[in-house]
Design a protein around this ligand. Structure first.
Ligand code: AMP
Ligand code: TRP
Length: 340
């Protein structure tokens, strides 16, 4: 039955809704660039505008956020001559395969998705049908390129597992092994960056408090202020990582330092053992400014030429479509659809 040899290929996506946070950078963008530079597998990165409209977006803001996110990718090290970089809605295969997967995924599977439950809250009768079907479209994003590796933050693990279930069920239902069963790649010191105000909540662009997050567009003073005011406890830093048990805010700052510096969290703790946050926070602020300010200035520079950004996206869409179109054609054929 071996129709296709699944060569390794990386796919990931980020929504153009709101700005980028330090969580997106450490959990996703920084690692996307590293994977690209390792050069072991082709890398495809997507701005998922179809996912963004599962909740209403102001059209002008969506256009702006799509370009700003493209600039954020490039400023973080994604090189459009090495990776394919494009926006989802420009490649029709996502919607085409997404529909087929809506018919493969089961209602019960979707009802278990924690991100849907969190986003819909008590309002689940009133959210869009798209928000509910969101993970089936995400499965199509990945599988329309036969991607095998999906680098994401911890919060996306359940969605990648659903993608695996969809690939397996499609293959079983149609007696084929056409789709690969992709792996989530969740690694590094900061796969779950937490809020600076509450160490039990994920750092998120949708948190009402701007002090809870570092935005990639924050200037040096703002970054320093947010870190200085970050919630901590009165204890000094411990000798070993075990001493951070039950201290989520302290653990989060150590993880951020580790991810930004490329050191292991244990090394960071050893370096600052016994020191107060009054010493650690300024060191972290300096490091964050040093790493993030080149990214934010490069983003502003790129944003001055939106036409160039659009050209990069159009070129990426063409390359993406060249991979996706034959896969969609074959999937339609497997399902029993005729025509071009
Ligand atoms: P989103 O902005 O929700 O579309 O997320 C884009 C990518 O960033 C996904 O891979 C997420 O897992 C990752 N991400 C978002 N927030 C965080 C966070 N607080 N910590 C680590 N990764 C994150
Ligand atoms: N759901 C992801 C998020 O909110 C974004 C996303 C859409 C994605 N399609 C994807 C991530 C495919 C990885 C692969 O962060």
């Amino acid at each position: 039955m071996a129709e296709v040899v699944h060569t390794p290929r990386v796919f990931s996506g980020i929504q153009p809704s709101g700005g980028l946070t330090l969580g997106n950078y450490l959990g996703a963008l920084k690692r996307f660039g590293e994977t690209q530079d390792q050069g072991e597998m082709p890398t495809i990165y997507c701005i998922v505008d179809m996912h963004a409209i599962t909740v209403w977006q102001d059209p002008e803001k969506l256009r702006h956020a799509t370009r700003a996110l493209t600039a954020g990718f490039i400023a973080s090290g994604i090189d459009p001559t090495k990776s394919i970089l494009f926006n989802q809605s420009a490649v029709p295969g996502h919607a085409q395969l997404g529909w087929i997967f809506n018919c493969v995924a089961r209602l019960g599977w979707m009802q278990r998705m924690t991100q849907f439950k969190d986003k819909a809250g008590k309002n689940s009768e009133n959210v869009s049908l798209g928000l509910f079907a969101y993970p089936a479209l995400m499965a199509a994003d990945i599988l329309v390129y036969h991607a095998t590796h999906v680098p994401v933050g911890e919060d996306q693990k359940q969605h990648v597992e659903l993608t695996r279930d969809i690939a397996i069920k499609f293959n079983n239902d149609y007696g084929t092994d056409f789709f690969p069963v992709p792996e989530p790649v969740i690694e590094g010191a900061a796969t779950r960056v937490m809020s600076l105000r509450d160490g039990t909540k994920k750092m998120s662009k949708s948190d009402p408090s701007d002090m809870s997050r570092i935005n990639l567009t924050d200037d040096a003073d703002t970054i320093a202020k947010k870190i200085r005011k970050a919630k901590t406890d009165p204890e000094p830093l411990p000798e070993t990582l075990d001493g951070l048990e039950g201290r989520p805010e302290a653990r989060n700052l150590v993880n951020i330092y580790a991810a930004l510096s490329g050191k292991a969290a244990a090394e960071v703790v050893a370096e600052y053992a016994g020191q107060q946050f009054g010493t650690f926070k300024p060191a972290l602020a300096d490091l964050a400014v040093e790493r993030l300010s080149p990214i934010s200035s490069e983003m502003s520079r790129l944003m001055q030429d939106p036409a160039e950004i659009d050209r990069i996206l159009a070129h990426g869409a063409e390359q993406a479509n060249a991979i996706a179109a034959p896969i969609v054609r074959r999937a339609r054929d497997i399902v029993g659809m005729v025509g071009a």
